[in-house]
Design a protein around this ligand. Structure first.
Ligand SMILES: [Zn+2]
Length: 131
């Protein structure tokens, strides 16, 4: 689902459930690049996957959910792996809100992706062991 977003700066998404299906909304305009849209759609889809799979460690903790996803996409490690972005760029807004958690998890998440720990363990298991 796409909605029109008249401002030239910024890109916004949201999620929710219809009666039967999860929905992802992304608000764009004619200047929004497809890579930015996809990057945000993956972020919102991951929010919904956490809910569909009832990952309560994540869905019950907004700070952890947003922090973890911020390092994944948009502008995260998965974004780079998918060729949507070239560098990691965390959300300044979320960083201000969850600074302590970001600072704590940044080196752990960096190691998880850069040393390809995901080939052996899920990120939740990895965080339980190391964080
Ligand atoms: Zn989010």
């Amino acid at each position: 689902m796409l909605g029109f977003y008249p401002w030239t700066k910024g890109l916004h998404g949201s999620t929710g459930f219809t009666k039967k299906f999860p929905a992802v909304a992304v608000f764009v305009n004619e200047r929004t690049r497809i890579e930015e849209i996809l990057d945000l759609v993956y972020h919102e889809a991951l929010h919904m996957l956490f809910r569909l799979n009832n990952v309560t460690e994540i869905t019950g903790n907004r700070a952890l959910e947003e922090t973890l996803l911020d390092f994944i996409c948009p502008n995260g490690y998965i974004s780079i792996a998918l060729g949507l972005k070239r560098t990691i760029k965390i959300s300044p807004k979320h960083y201000q809100e969850f600074k302590e958690l970001y600072d704590k998890l940044k080196p752990i998440i960096k190691e998880y992706f850069e040393r390809r720990r995901f080939e052996r363990t899920s990120i939740l298991e990895y965080l339980k062991k190391t964080a």
